[in-house]
Design a protein. Structure first.
Ligand SMILES: Cc1ncc(COP(=O)(O)O)c(C=O)c1O
Length: 368
């Protein structure tokens, strides 16, 4: 029995079905399956949406991070500073290059990088910083950029959850040297399969990444770099172009839902998300926090309300990354957030009635 789904992709598809089918048909008619015109136009449109001059479309957000790191010159022996409270891909991409991830904790109120810890994390081997705009809210970019410039580091924004998020009036992705996006189906802008993009204002970086995503070729069968097969499919480019036209309306709907949740959940036992001044939160995830997370999760589940936990274990405590040498207690804010956060249903098509069903269940579940 699902009363309120966590995400309803069918509800999103229904009103755009005709537009999507037309776009898909065009790609089928032209048999333009890999990269091609639709992808090239989408690169321009999405880069412009982010306020960047260049876009390089790839086959996932993970590939976007990997190529941005390579174009930034990161490799074996280097260190890259990021946070452990993120999806594992942020950290995995650093390891793909042979570099070492170095963690700093998050600030509990925004769930993003605590910039005060950068000074003790930087070494002569540090090459780059990856702030993560977690849940759809920008990290504190001004001090991160200032720190990076002072130490000669590149900044790669992990904007996989933050399409359209803003920091002091600027769209994320175009503030650092690189901005990496995921178009995984459930993201605020989602493909009908895998997809990702790096945006940048540097044409040289863009050129390097265009080659790296396509076997390092500068022209057919001329392999000037050791590359990858990270190309975006033509169908995804065409579908994403259609969906990009709706993104602002969907984002505004998410923001209205978040305000409604905040209103209905104020003075309850859960802490609602904080939108920091001058940052436009795009609510990819609407996460409340409570020390009674397990009870709340069970109670909501019993009433047919789907929830998520983003993320139950911070990366430094994941078994696969134990060789990084971090232990329990080293990043207390990340560890506490991992114990306390619960993501409530959030998608543009959510109705007021569904929101009320969820908030009533939260109150009853925690007896408040
Ligand atoms: C913060 C973050 N970084 C990176 C990724 C990786 O994106 P993808 O799943 O498209 O490879 C994701 C998406 O799942 C993410 O949420």
């Amino acid at each position: 029995m699902t009363v309120v789904p966590f995400l309803d992709l069918k509800a999103q598809y229904r009103p755009i079905k005709t537009e999507v089918q037309k776009a898909v048909q065009k790609v089928l008619d032209e048999c333009s399956f890999i990269l091609g015109d639709e992808v090239a136009v989408f690169e321009r449109e999405f880069a412009a949406y982010c306020g960047a001059s260049q876009g390089v479309a790839v086959n996932s957000g993970t590939s976007a991070l990997h190529l941005a790191l390579l174009a930034a010159g990161v490799g074996p022996g280097d260190e890259v500073i990021t946070v452990p409270f993120t999806f594992v891909a942020t950290v995995a991409a650093i390891l793909y290059t042979g570099a070492r991830p170095v963690f700093v904790d998050i600030e509990p109120c925004s769930f993003t990088m605590d910039i005060r810890q950068l000074a003790s994390a930087v070494t002569e081997r540090t090459k780059a910083i990856i702030p993560v705009h977690l849940y759809g809210q920008a990290a504190d970019m001004d001090p991160i950029m200032e720190f990076a410039r002072r130490h000669g580091l590149k900044v790669i924004e992990d904007a996989a959850q933050a399409h359209g998020a803003e920091y002091k009036g600027r769209r994320v992705g175009s503030i650092g040297d690189f901005g990496c996006f995921s178009f995984y189906p459930g993201k605020n802008l989602g493909a009908y399969g895998e997809g990702g993009m790096v945006v940048t204002n540097n044409p040289d970086y863009a050129r390097t990444m265009q080659m790296l995503r396509d076997w390092g070729q500068d022209r057919k069968y001329s392999h000037v770099l050791k590359g990858y097969n990270y190309r975006l499919e033509g169908l995804q480019g065409a579908i994403l172009r259609v969906k990009l036209r709706h993104l602002e309306a969907w984002t505004e709907a998410r923001r209205v839902h978040a305000l409604r949740y905040n209103e209905l959940l104020k003075d309850t036992a859960v802490q609602t998300p904080v939108e920091i001044d001058s940052r436009r939160h795009v609510y990819h995830v609407y996460a409340v926090r409570t020390p009674q997370r397990h009870t709340l999760h069970v109670q909501l589940h019993a009433r047919g309300i789907q929830t998520g936990i983003h993320y139950p274990v911070p990366v430094h405590l994941q078994p696969a990354y134990s060789d990084l040498g971090y232990g329990k207690g080293e990043f207390p804010h990340s560890e506490r957030a991992a114990r306390e956060v619960l993501s409530l249903p959030m998608f543009a098509e959510l109705t007021d009635e569904q929101i009320e069903t969820v908030t009533t269940a939260v109150k009853e579940g925690l007896h408040v």
